[in-house]
Ligand binder design. Structure first.
Ligand code: FSO
Ligand code: SF4
Length: 540
């Protein structure tokens, strides 16, 4: 076995990638990411002890978030970049140990003073020893540890976006150290680990809330906004990822240049923010979800830049027009550090650009503020029987054919139901005309995956209005997962006590039968079947 990774829904054969990642991750990068995670557990051990003595360190705290986000699916494919992180991690492990000076108990291997080999080849060998297959506890505890690890990786992405907008929370850092340190403590039993997993759900909620605050303070509450799917005459830059601050800076730097900015994938909801939509050259959304990038990027006659996942192996047809920024990296793709986008702008100027070809318009911008702004109408609709049920059909998209389920679900949902959606899975059905109920569109795009926070606010407000619990509302969650941010969101929903979630297109490879039973017994979580059967079951 040259590698082992099973952190995402694409895990080969439903069990794990062992030769090369289905995502394109090579065994060398997999081993280096494993070594980085191992290094971070060592840092966490000391940082947690240091915090118990009241000693905190901003450099260490921020490093952990960046390091974890780096190992999320479809983010960093560059061995040199991951190796740099490990080097830095070993230095910070020493710093954390110094801060925890008074400790003289037992020290787990990851936190000891192991030296990092200078060559990347030797680092890869070391990484191969410390992957997820290397565990000393029973399989169920290991499974829960992996759930926690992926939940933390997921919220690390959101914490990174929030920090870029100037928002940090010590609660997030404290839990991250505590939970990673707990992964080195074999004395913790299964239920202690389950408790830590629920806490990861709470911390993800805190992180999504922080990011929501950061977005709203910077750009205002999203408002319902039509988004053009066609093209406009002129040069263009396509922005993929989740980072709104990046988009704002690019919009500022391209103002008056004649370059039009197009959003891709999870950047679509950016069109709903007053502070971003005010730029006239933010013209349209181009293409569908991340897994269609090969075909769509080849046809985009401009520069393309990723500011977060999901990047795929670039094709020769567009690699010279492709850029990465932030933590996303692919060997051979031009990476930009900092906030000067002159190179992307120059590339866009040198490309052909588009002709005018207006297309369909779709709606976005239904954050909780917008939906709750018409709460009276919604509540009246439910009371009068015009709205029978709400569905949250949200989550990630991916390449598997079983994901047609979500399109069929949206198509077959009865006309007296409303569908809230978020994240990139929406591209399966967001061009359908589902009509409206008394002026309220039947399909409401709440935003990015992190805007699960907004969907939760809507659910809680409805529960308050009807004086019941969220589980008693005529609301069902039908979720699609792909990578670790979805794990974080699922943990949040479980932490909030939400039951009866349907999950697809397949269940995670890192969940053992016993852990799955626990989730079924306590939360009645279940796999999707067919749209027809699930709708029938939900609607009785
Ligand atoms: Fe999708 Fe990719 Fe937003 Fe993920 S673009 S799959 S869950 O990174 O984060 O929804
Ligand atoms: Fe496989 Fe997913 Fe891991 Fe990539 S991230 S190696 S596709 S399990």
């Amino acid at each position: 076995m040259s590698m082992f990774c099973y952190q995402c829904e694409q895990a080969a054969k439903g069990t794990g990638c062992t030769v090369v990642g289905v995502c394109g991750k090579q065994p060398d990068v997999a081993a280096l990411q494993d070594l980085l995670v191992y290094t971070m557990k060592g840092i966490a051990f000391w940082a947690d002890k240091a915090r118990a003595n009241g000693a905190k360190d901003q450099e260490i705290d921020r490093f952990m978030i960046d390091g974890l986000f780096t190992t999320v699916t479809n983010v960093d494919f560059d061995p040199e970049a991951v190796s740099k992180f490990i080097n830095e991690g070993v230095r910070l492990r020493g710093k954390a140990k110094q801060l925890a000076a008074a400790y003289d108990g037992a020290v787990p291997a990851a936190a000891q003073d192991w030296a990092l080999p200078a060559s990347i080849e030797e680092q890869i060998k070391l990484g191969q020893l410390h992957g997820v297959k290397d565990y000393t506890v029973d399989a169920d505890i290991h499974s829960v540890r992996e759930i926690i690890m992926y939940g933390i990786k997921g919220y690390a992405a959101y914490a990174d976006h929030a920090r870029i907008l100037g928002k940090e929370s010590d609660e997030i850092y404290a839990y991250t150290h505590k939970a990673l340190a707990a992964m080195l403590d074999d004395s913790l039993d299964l239920m202690a680990n389950v408790g830590l997993a629920m806490e990861a759900g709470r911390i993800n909620y805190v992180t999504m809330e922080l990011l929501n605050q950061a977005h709203v303070e910077a750009y205002g509450h999203p408002v319902p906004t039509p988004v053009q799917l066609g093209t406009k005459a002129g040069k263009g830059i396509l922005v993929s990822g989740h980072d709104l601050k990046f988009l704002e800076e690019l919009l500022k730097q391209t103002e008056g240049t004649g370059i039009n900015i197009y959003t891709h994938g999870e950047m679509l909801p950016a069109h709903g923010y007053p502070g971003l939509k005010k730029y006239a050259h933010l013209v349209a959304n181009y293409g569908g979800a991340w897994q269609d990038q090969h075909k769509e990027f080849a046809e985009f006659p401009g520069a393309i830049i990723f500011n977060t996942n999901c990047i795929q192996k670039p094709a020769d047809s567009y690699i010279d027009r492709l850029f990465t920024w932030g933590l996303v990296q692919w060997p051979g793709v031009k990476h930009l550090d900092g906030w000067d986008f002159a190179e992307v702008i120059a590339k866009a100027q040198a490309c052909d650009g588009f002709a005018d070809a207006p297309g369909q318009e779709i709606l976005t911008g239904f954050g909780h503020n917008a939906i709750l702004g018409v709460a009276d109408k919604v509540i009246e609709g439910v009371k009068a029987g015009a709205i029978k049920h709400f569905f949250l059909v949200g989550g990630c998209d991916g390449a598997k054919s079983g994901r047609n389920y979500y399109t069929e679900f949206a198509e077959q949902a009865p006309k007296d139901t409303i569908i809230l959606t978020l994240a990139c899975g929406k591209f399966r059905f967001n061009k359908l005309d589902l009509g409206d109920i008394g002026g309220i569109p039947r399909l409401l795009d709440v935003g990015q995956c992190n805007d699960a926070y907004s969907a939760i606010q809507v659910a809680v407000a409805l529960a308050d209005a009807f004086e019941c619990g969220v589980n008693d509302l005529p609301l069902s969650m039908v979720l699609s997962w792909y990578e670790q941010k979805a794990v974080a969101i699922l943990l949040t929903l479980l932490y909030l006590g939400i039951k009866n979630i349907k999950l697809g297109p397949s269940l995670p490879a890192f969940i053992t039968p016993n852990v799955l039973n626990f989730l079924v017994e306590n939360y009645n979580i279940g796999p999707i079947t067919t749209a027809e059967a699930d709708l029938k079951e939900i609607l009785g």
